[in-house]
Design a protein around this ligand. Structure first.
Ligand code: ATP
Ligand code: MG
Length: 281
């Protein structure tokens, strides 16, 4: 029997694929050209859905100026970026050792990539595996935002996806001040009832597209000039396709209704759940 030591997969032992030496002049010139190109035009960038809104800077020389972090989250950092005078929100998914998605467990199950090396790397959280997971979450959020924005739901326009970075519409003022989260507001019961009505309409929109948020709370709803916008959607659940879809739907309804109930709104989770089920495609 072989006495080869077992490899330990809890260490960062997964070999990172080696890049071929970039020695040729042509490659160097190509890289220089890419460095001066707006990331919107980078060949690896996935751009947001058509029709591209007129405010999106699309020119090849529109460069980004990083204006600092808006919020450091558990799984991603969101930064304010200025591109050709337009403010954008850059959500950068983290791939550090300590970033352990509370949402990874059930959600990644159904979407393993075909290659076992990649599956193993993700399961054991090697450096390579963590990069893959972070990239998958960014891609998942980009895809959901693209779909929901195209369906007319109140979500930020997804401008582009490049690796683990998702660039989207900044919900906020033209001067770059981000909108507050619902959780930060102190609405009186009448204002709260208006916000609940709006949020209900947004959730119906999601259900009509087949989704529930999957992590709905007053922290993942922004309010810009009295208008409700839903954010933080990487784990959005396909209600009918996911075996626990209806449980996620019920949980979303319960979470958001208890927030509104505490602010004097008659928000009945069973009633909301029923309306959303009827709206499902
Ligand atoms: N498009 C946006 N426009 C303005 N602010 C945004 C935008 N997207 C995110 N933010 C801000 O960044 C915060 C974190 O974003 P998000 O909830 O998407 O990330 P997260 O890593 O899941 O954070 P958390 O762990 O706090 O839920 C939001 O609560 C909001 O304040
Ligand atoms: Mg969040």
């Amino acid at each position: 029997m072989s006495s080869r030591p077992r490899r330990r997969f809890d260490d960062d032992v997964e070999p990172i694929p080696r890049r071929r030496a970039r020695s040729t002049r042509l490659t160097a010139e190509r890289d220089d050209a890419l460095d001066t190109l707006s990331t919107y035009r980078h060949p690896d960038t996935m751009r947001g859905p058509e029709p591209v809104p007129r405010w999106v800077p699309t020119s090849a020389d529109a460069h980004d100026e990083d204006l600092g972090v808006i919020k450091t989250g558990k799984e991603a950092d969101v930064s304010l970026v200025r591109r050709a005078g337009v403010h954008l929100a850059a959500k950068r998914y983290r791939d550090t050792q300590h970033r352990m998605f509370h949402r990874d467990a059930g959600y990644l199950e159904g979407r393993r990539t075909r290659f076992t090396r990649e599956n193993r790397a993700m399961a054991t959280r090697t450096v390579f595996g963590r990069q893959l997971i972070a990239g998958q979450w960014a891609a998942a959020e980009f895809a959901v935002l693209s779909r929901l924005w195209s369906a007319g739901a109140a979500v930020p326009y997804p401008v582009q996806l490049l690796g683990t970075e998702l660039m989207m519409e900044l919900i906020g003022d033209a001067d770059g001040t981000p909108a507050p989260r619902l959780a930060q507001l102190r609405p009186d019961p009448r204002e709260a009832a208006g916000l609940y009505r709006q949020l209900r309409a947004v959730l119906v929109h999601l259900a009509e597209a087949g989704y529930t948020h999957g992590d709905l709370s007053a922290y993942n709803v922004l309010v810009q000039d009295g208008r409700v916008i839903l954010i933080d959607l990487p784990q959005a659940v396909d209600v009918v396709g996911n075996p626990q879809g209806f449980d996620y739907l019920r949980r979303d309804c319960q979470n958001i209704c208890s927030w509104f109930q505490a602010r004097g709104v008659e928000a009945d989770p069973g009633d909301l759940d029923g309306e959303l089920r009827r709206a499902l495609v």
